[in-house]
Design a binder for this molecule. Structure first.
Ligand SMILES: NC(=O)c1ccc[n+]([C@@H]2O[C@H](COP(=O)([O-])OP(=O)(O)OC[C@H]3O[C@@H](n4cnc5c(N)ncnc54)[C@H](OP(=O)(O)O)[C@@H]3O)[C@@H](O)[C@H]2O)c1
Length: 324
């Protein structure tokens, strides 16, 4: 089968398309014929050796896939060859087939296409875990989403609306903000043009925002924390801007607020039952159209470099998907 391989830490252009042996399902595993593999910003970090998880070489990028079950290992129950499924795999998704634990697989209905299905697990799984399990969001609260048109940002906008929050999209262009407004945001703030702290204060009548969802980091993180309301919750999601911000802790004291770390991947191993319940809910919501799992662009497997450069170039609105 064909696979994209990362054999040493490198940039997108140095990834190779190779021919490797087909996988075989071990006990309690299934082999999935992959129809769509989703890319996330952290795939870029992983191939460069800048991510907290460092798979052994050679590995393929892409941590979540959608496809059809091809074969079952011993002991697998409740799944059959031909079932349409999604699976979280951590890495190795950018290839034609993958063997994964049956426990990592969620069935999808016929009404949900593979491209949209492939991008549900990580972005929406992270945003739902962040908003419900970490921030304990309550209907009527305000939610500022940074990088609001990106993968996790768009998921937070849509889930924020679904949970009854008033969503303020924050992004670097008016085009991205218009897109976020079509996907759940009620208010919008262009942080390339306006001061983030002042803008958020103004949009909340001086009170500040109840919840900040921050996948961007850099200088925006502190500006957003300075605009948080009393007993607000600041969700640390990621650092797409490159710089890991260092926060003055007096802000947490002065605002009586919480700075909450969100590490979805670690949490899925600590509470797999709740993660599965979240994923089954998200699949149902995607099939009903309650969440969009919007696909920005698709690329053939061999064009992974171009696909990753869309993410690196800050161009993606929603998901970037590979077709093996
Ligand atoms: N904590 C967790 O469990 C978890 C789970 C998934 C992802 N993450 C992390 O969350 C971060 C974002 O992931 P994502 O999938 O949402 O990424 P994405 O789709 O690429 O979106 C990131 C957004 O960040 C903004 N940005 C600012 N500076 C940027 C730069 N120099 N390069 C690229 N984007 C920049 C862009 O929005 P504007 O142009 O509007 O600023 C972009 O839309 C990553 O660091 C990822 O590792 C964490």
């Amino acid at each position: 089968m064909k696979a994209i391989l990362c054999s040493h830490y490198c940039g997108p252009d140095d990834l190779e398309l190779a021919e490797i042996a087909d996988p075989v399902a071990a006990a309690n595993e299934v082999v999935i014929a992959i129809k769509a593999a989703s890319l996330n910003f952290f795939d870029l970090l992983m191939i460069q050796g800048k991510y907290q998880i460092k798979p052994p070489f050679p590995f393929s990028p892409s941590a979540e896939v959608a496809g059809v079950i091809e074969s079952l290992g011993e002991g697998v129950t409740g799944l059959r060859p031909g079932d349409r499924v999604i699976a979280s795999c951590g890495h190795n998704g950018a290839r034609e087939k993958i063997a994964v634990p049956a426990a990592a697989v969620v069935k999808i209905p016929d009404t949900l296409d593979f491209d949209r299905a492939a991008g549900i697990i990580i972005t929406y799984g992270t945003a739902l875990h962040a908003l419900e399990d970490r921030a304990k969001a309550k209907p009527g609260e305000t939610l500022a989403v940074l990088g609001a048109a990106g993968g996790t940002g768009l998921a937070a906008c849509e889930l924020g609306r679904a949970l009854g929050l008033k969503v303020i999209a924050c992004a670097s262009s008016d085009e991205k903000l218009a897109f976020a407004r079509e996907h759940g945001a009620e208010l919008a703030l262009n942080y390339a043009k306006k001061d983030l702290k002042d803008g958020l204060k103004k949009l909340t009548g001086g009170k500040g925002v109840d919840i900040v969802f921050d996948p961007v980091g850099g200088a925006f993180a502190e500006a957003a924390l300075r605009a948080i309301a009393w007993e607000g919750r600041f969700l640390v999601i990621g650092f797409a801007a490159g710089e890991i911000p260092k926060m003055p802790l007096n802000l947490a004291l002065l605002k009586g607020c919480d700075i909450l770390g969100v590490f979805w991947g670690a949490w899925t191993r600590i509470d797999p039952a709740k993660n599965r319940a979240n994923l089954e809910k998200l699949v149902a919501w995607a099939a009903e159209g309650k969440i969009s799992s919007h696909v920005d662009r698709t690329f053939p497997l061999a064009e992974i470099a171009a696909a990753l450069k869309v993410l690196a170039g800050r161009q993606a609105m929603g998901k970037v998907i590979l077709h093996p």
